[in-house]
Design a protein around this ligand. Sequence first.
Ligand code: SAM
Length: 236
Amino acid sequence: MNELKLSKRLEMVANLIPEGSTLADIGSDHAYLPIHCYLKGIVPFAIAGEVVEGPFKTAKNQVNRLDLHTWIDVRKGDGLDVITTGEVNAITICGMGGALIASILESGKEKLAGVNRLILQPNISAVSVRRWLLHNGWKLIEEKILEEDDKIYEILVAEPGDSTQPYTSPNQTKELLLGPFLLREHSSVFVKKWMLEKENWERILSQLEGAAPSTEVEEKKVELTTYIQFVKEELN
Ligand code: SAM
């Protein structure tokens, strides 16, 4: 992978950025995504944010090597600290856990005024991101799922709006876990993902059966049993 040939995952993210957006890519690492989006004419300007010194330097070097520093600004900082309110209208946060993505959005909430699209790619726990969007007035408008190098990725796209709209059931828990659009689409990759997750949960549950009883263990068992039931209802 490089700035010209992105991974299938980042290519899919790039295709979800509205043309002409000013972009902030948070946790940009090598800055391949913003560089690619600029070179392909998708965005006229992008900020690449990185909190860790090593990837920050890598991103800076990449941008300088290609002489793109006028159009791609590499900034060091935590989450949305690297942008000012109103500076960008699209944000990508990719390749991190869902809980971390949700906490970055939560801590930088005030910076989201004027942002009209979030493209979020959690490696795990997409449910944490869906929950944050639901409770913060961000309407999930599209979801993608793909498999690359034996890993399955979900991509969530949200815009400001009625965040309850994509959810059809009175009990949103199942749709929050599986993804309302992905659940309806029911692709073979979706089925594969949840079959694998179910097997994993069943393994953990059987280990918990032998654990010393505690409130935490009991709560975990209830959660896993609920999730396993959701997957069984949808996939069997
Ligand atoms: N976004 C790229 C991708 O999807 O290929 C890189 C993903 S890499 C696995 C995650 C990057 O996020 C790391 O470079 C890490 O330093 C950065 N990161 C983690 N927490 C961050 C935060 N709070 N603010 C900014 N960057 C962060």
